[in-house]
Design a protein around this ligand. Structure first.
Ligand code: NAD
Length: 357
């Protein structure tokens, strides 16, 4: 069966890095028997320029029909004054909710070749390979009631509601346990059960789900401790599963451990493992159009697509391996350049990965 992939390049460096990831997919299609069909559509500011909407109907339809979505990045200074609902970033929220993508997978991998890029000591982070599974559609970001109200004394008060239903915890836990089975079979569930009722229920549900995965080791950690452990001894983690707000913060912390935002992929999955795959970085307006952006985060996102949606673990390994080989060859874009290595542009980096395949 041929899988359909929606390619949404977006804004800024989005189109530049996406073009290189598409090269990799085309190569796999031509020479490795990967059965895919690619179709491109505008999203974010690029879509606003064409259709006065960041997520036009045609783009959403394509994304819904597709088996997987490859997204570059959205956003740009010229759109910052638009009303909130027309801003490029709305397209991401729209895609996540329309496609029911409730699980966000963010690996933090530090290729040993780049250990010196981290602000932490190389021995703490070299070989780091952890995966954060963040719940994406619930929690205090979406909980009602919310708002700002005026109290009797005339003072204003802001309020939000943290809430998780059992089924929401259960489905994201299953994603984490399933992912752990493809890795080192360890899950750490992060919450704040000593203070929050929502977290108490979260822990109960995770414990229940764990019974279906006797081959995966489970431990629990309070979020404040997890934040500390991530900088103290990050290699203790395999898979971390956590709620929306804790995951938002911890995944950025974990990303910084690697020191190179241009290297980190992500996936957002629905119940049937349909996914949207994108680099974690934004549209980088400061370097857009210069041909110097690092395309490896987007290329590694295609490896995640091969692993989680297209069920092609061998090809996924090959893409990961090709990236590692290129780093071994000392080929670097500006963001990961160190003395003694060879500095290249976006296209040359993409070509090097294709050649390494
Ligand atoms: P950013 O990730 O775009 O850039 C942060 C810094 O990292 C910049 O100095 C940039 O040059 C550098 N950088 C990012 N990706 C790189 C790459 N692949 N290679 C080399 N260097 C890279 O974050 P920002 O500057 O805060 O945001 C810029 C725009 O992107 C904003 O409009 C923001 O809303 C948007 N944004 C979009 C997404 C997304 O599409 N998922 C995510 C974050 C930010």
């Amino acid at each position: 069966m041929t899988s359909k992939i929606a390619v949404l390049p977006g804004d800024g460096i989005g189109p530049e890095v996406t073009a290189e990831a598409v090269k990799v997919l085309e190569r796999l299609k031509r020479d490795f028997g990967l059965k895919i069909e690619l179709e491109t559509a505008p999203v974010g500011g690029a879509a606003y320029d064409l259709h006065k909407q960041p997520l036009p109907e045609g783009t959403l339809r394509l994304a819904k029909q597709a088996d997987a979505v490859l997204l570059g990045a959205v956003g740009g200074l010229q759109y910052d004054d638009l009303p909130r609902e027309l801003r490029p970033e709305r397209a991401l929220l729209g895609l996540r909710s329309e496609l029911k993508l409730f699980a966000n997978l963010r690996p933090a991998i530090l290729f040993p070749q780049l250990a010196s890029a981290s602000t932490l000591k190389p021995e703490i982070v070299a070989g780091l390979d952890l995966l954060i599974v963040r719940e994406l559609t619930g929690d205090i970001y979406f909980g009602e009631p919310r708002g700002v109200r005026t109290l009797e004394n005339g003072e204003r008060e802001g309020f939000n509601t943290m809430r998780y239903a059992e089924h929401e915890v259960e489905r994201v836990s299953r994603v984490a346990f399933d992912a752990a089975r493809k890795r080192q079979r360890r899950v750490c569930s992060v919450e704040k059960a000593n203070v929050l009722e929502t977290s108490g229920l979260w822990r109960e549900v995770v414990l229940r789900v764990a019974k279906d995965y006797p081959d995966v080791a489970l431990n629990h950690m309070y979020v404040d401790n997890a934040a500390m452990q991530l900088v103290r001894a990050p290699k203790q983690f395999d898979v971390i599963v956590t709620g929306n707000i804790f995951g938002d913060i911890l995944s950025d912390e974990a990303a910084m451990l690697t020191g190179s935002i241009g290297m980190l992929p992500s996936a957002s999955l629905d119940r049937a493992n349909k996914g949207m795959y994108e680099p974690i970085h934004g549209s980088a307006p400061d370097i857009a159009g210069k041909g110097i952006a690092n395309p490896l985060a987007t290329i590694l996102s295609t490896a995640m697509m091969l692993r989680y949606t297209l069920n092609e673990p061998t090809l996924a390994d090959q893409v990961d391996g090709a990236v590692s080989k290129v780093l071994d060859q000392g080929i670097r874009t500006g963001d990961i350049y160190t003395e003694g290595t060879k500095r290249v542009g976006t296209q040359q980096m993409g070509d090097a990965v294709v050649a390494a395949l």
